[in-house]
Design a protein around this ligand. Structure first.
Ligand code: WT7
Length: 657
């Protein structure tokens, strides 16, 4: 490092607040700090501005209907179609030639769709779905990799009012079956496979395996992604995508009129207990909220090229690859593959080539980039970038500063956006043209979003103290319920801090947090039994039940332990059944069992066999201690345990490995 670099690093390291660069503020969509007060004074009508970003077939009568709280309804009486809002209206206003989707395949091929082409493709797929029998309100499952057909399929579903349920392609056959059964979904679009680091992955066999466990008949459409690289034959009831869709190219399919509160999609996510939860998002509130946050937080404008590196199989991709950016008429980039193929500069090559204006990624990716070194971004001209974002987990100040300096060249603000599958869109973040940034702290709640940190009794804590994050007013992008499970919806999110008798409803996202004297919130992580691996949510219960399903396993406890790149990794502590040996072979079977049940992201980093699990006198597993062992932390107080000696035994065993 040169002398200059050293002093620059030293200065950066000490600096704990950053003003948004003047060059950014000059052009930003939101620059008036009065927006916070304005929204507060004018709540909930402040959300009319978000609704104004959409085109309505029928104006709404009421911004917020609180009558059935916590089953809130937004923009009631309004009618619209999400596909029309994301495509047709841009074509009608003369922007049909603008690129809507710019796709980069892992092997280097590209495909791009103008808004006009997207319209044609979406109509062809919508016609195909109808031909297959899909009617309004039928749930269509999309189990697809990052190929343009996925975006097209989502918008085709929206066009005919069929809610989609996207299942992340990396999830297992079991996960697919569980979701299809839970949502009674009789239609599936999938692909034969996809590329990962140059290898072709067989996705169709996994799909077929999953379909064996689906309890009803399913019509399946298969996209041929791999061509000759995979020899596959379609079973009865399975159709080749291109064959069907090609017959419908040129068809017109009018967007159906949807009520504001009609379901737009379902997205399954992990919770504390057993089965994944089907989070239900509706049409108007969700679309208005993702469009508004794309404009205010991501600073998107129609002429921008914007890239969010998430997978569409997660909510980030739904809200900020597909719906928000397309509703605004932006060019959205989609990348099929991994950041290190063919080399570790792939992302920067994509940014340079497409002259990306705004880039949105996850802290786990930034930590990997840091590890690989600044020489990779330095090979490319990243000067097109204007704003950077992160999402998925807390970002440590060191990674934040690396991102700020080596990717943003100290000229791009960073928005650290806290939100969830359930919130639909951003909730806590700085507004990039308004607030100063504090690395490690996401920022204040957005205007109109009433975030407060409380103690176990629900009283607000003082600045600097840790507590529980709550949201004390509804917002348009919020989930409406858990699919066919209103009771669980209340139990999971509202019971903890609400006072139903007083009709006071407080949303609890199950995150810990603290707040500083400027109302900046630092999110500390989940307080339930959910692990955040590389920004992806995994329930410990789901993993434990997969492990207990392996022959020879009597009991298992799974915790998250610190991991340099993933943030958290899965650690499994396992008690064998009598007559079984806790050896490498069984450990391998356990790892396979988890991958089969959930997918490779849930793969345990380590499987530790132990004769007992540390338990309190009342018989509860002391997860905190297991987490400390996994993270290599100093072990806390063990005196309340029934079996304190077991902790030292486990710790010694982990150190020996
Ligand atoms: C959980 C939600 C939001 C889309 C991706 C994940 C954690 C998310 C941040 C952030 C600290 C964060 C929380 C949250 N989280 N963003 N900026 N800082 N933590 O969606 O799978 O629903 O997970 O991710 O713990 O509850 P998700």
């Amino acid at each position: 490092m040169s002398q200059d670099d050293v002093s620059l690093e030293a200065r950066l390291e000490e600096q704990d607040t950053f003003e948004p660069p003047e060059s950014f503020v000059e052009q930003a969509n939101v620059t008036d700090e009065g927006i916070y007060e304005e929204f507060e004074e004018n709540w909930p009508e402040c959300w009319e501005g978000a609704a104004d970003l959409l085109s309505w077939e029928q104006e709404y009568d009421t911004v917020l209907d609180e009558g059935g709280a916590p089953f809130y309804e937004w923009f009631t009486g309004g009618e619209l179609n999400a596909s029309y809002n994301c495509i047709d209206r841009h074509v009608e206003s003369g922007d049909g030639d603008r690129t809507a989707v710019e796709w980069e395949g892992e092997l280097g091929e590209t495909r791009s769709y103008t808004y006009e082409e997207l319209l044609e493709e979406v109509q062809a797929v919508a016609a195909t779905l109808r031909e297959l029998g899909v009617e309004e309100d039928d749930v269509v499952t999309l189990y697809m990799p990052m190929i343009p057909e996925l975006t097209v399929a989502m918008l085709a579903c929206a066009r005919i009012g069929a809610p989609h349920s996207v299942v992340f392609a990396g999830f297992s056959a079991d996960a697919l079956a569980t979701r299809m059964n839970s949502s009674d979904s009789e239609y599936l679009i999938t692909a034969d496979g996809y590329y990962r680091r140059g290898d072709s992955l067989d996705h169709l066999s996994k799909t077929n395996e999953g379909l064996e466990d689906v309890e009803h008949e399913t019509a399946t459409i298969v996209v041929d992604r791999l061509g000759d690289d995979l020899d596959h034959s379609l079973a009865d009831g399975q159709h080749d995508y291109e064959e069907l869709v090609d017959e419908n190219r040129g068809e017109t399919v009018e967007p159906v009129t949807r009520d504001a509160e009609d379901m737009l999609f379902l997205m399954y996510t992990s919770g504390t207990t057993g089965q994944p939860k089907g989070v239900k998002h509706t049409t108007a509130g969700y679309l208005a909220y993702t469009a508004w946050t794309s404009q205010a937080v991501l600073d998107l404008e129609p002429g921008d090229t914007y890239w969010c590196s998430a997978d569409i199989g997660w909510i980030t991709g739904h809200s900020y690859i597909v719906y928000g950016p397309l509703a605004l008429g932006t060019t959205t980039v989609m990348y099929e593959g991994t950041p290190d193929y063919p080399d570790k500069d792939r992302f920067w090559e994509i940014v340079e080539k497409n002259e990306v204006d705004v880039f949105y990624t996850a802290p786990t990716a930034i930590r990997a980039f840091m590890k690989w070194g600044k020489e990779y971004p330095e090979k490319h001209d990243l000067s097109s970038l204007r704003l950077l974002g992160t999402v998925g987990e807390p970002i440590n100040p060191r990674a934040w500063k690396w991102y700020y300096k080596h990717i943003g060249g100290e000229e791009c603000p960073i928005v650290d956006t806290w939100w969830q599958t359930e919130t639909g869109g951003h909730m806590i973040t700085t507004l990039p043209g308004v607030n100063e940034m504090k690395p490690g702290s996401a920022g204040p709640g957005l205007p109109g979003v009433d975030t407060r940190i409380v103690d176990a009794q629900g009283e607000e804590v003082d600045a600097g103290e840790a507590g529980y994050l709550t949201v004390q007013k509804p917002w348009p992008g919020m989930l409406r319920t858990l699919y066919q499970n209103d009771e669980r919806f209340i139990e999971e999110y509202w019971e903890e801090y609400s006072d139903p008798d007083a009709d006071e409803w407080v949303y609890f996202p199950e995150d810990g947090a603290k707040i500083d004297e400027d109302d900046y919130i630092t999110v500390l992580g989940r307080v339930d039994d959910v692990i955040n691996v590389s920004g992806h949510r995994l329930g410990t219960m789901e993993i434990e039940s997969a492990i207990v399903g392996v022959e020879g396993v009597a009991e298992a406890a799974v915790v998250g332990g610190d991991h340099e790149v993933k943030g958290e990794a899965v650690y499994a502590y396992v008690i064998t059944e009598d007559g079984y040996e806790g050896d490498d072979e069984l450990a391998e079977e356990i790892v396979e069992g988890v991958v089969d049940a959930i997918g490779p992201i849930a793969k345990p980093e380590d499987v530790v066999f132990t004769p007992e699990l540390p338990k309190t006198r009342s018989g509860k597993i002391m997860r905190r201690l297991l987490e400390d062992i996994a993270s290599g932390n100093e072990l806390g107080n063990t005196s309340t345990l029934r079996n304190p000696e077991v902790v030292d035994e486990i710790a010694a065993q982990v150190q020996d490995e």
